[in-house]
Design a protein around this ligand. Sequence first.
Ligand code: ASC
Length: 128
Amino acid sequence: QFQKPEDAVKYRKAAFTVMAAHFGRLGAMASDKAPFDAKVAAENAAIVETMSKLPWAGFVAGSDKGETRAKPEIWTDGAKFKKASDDMMASVAQLNAAAKTGNLDNLKKAFGESAKTCKACHDAFRKE
Ligand code: ASC
């Protein structure tokens, strides 16, 4: 899928960047910094769920070098990294389901749970 490890790094970072942009729009609504619009929330949450599935293919062997904050534990503790990625994808699927209800309280709750799974992975597997 990737010619060089740097291409894999670029790919996964791009996927996280797009995901974060749309997650951030949900966060603005979840924290009352932007007006709640159920349709906009649903659109953004659907994109977040799709994007959440993509970065993982970019964590290929040998892509722990260069322009990346990825910790070596991603490769030395693969089972734990897999669990962290599964947790994130599951919480984001729930976020998408919550957004579809059109209820702001549901969105707030699910957003908070998703943010926790983002942070758990960063704390364990991302350098400062
Ligand atoms: C974001 C973003 C992250 C997560 C994380 C949640 O909006 O870009 O990486 O939320 O900060 O703790």
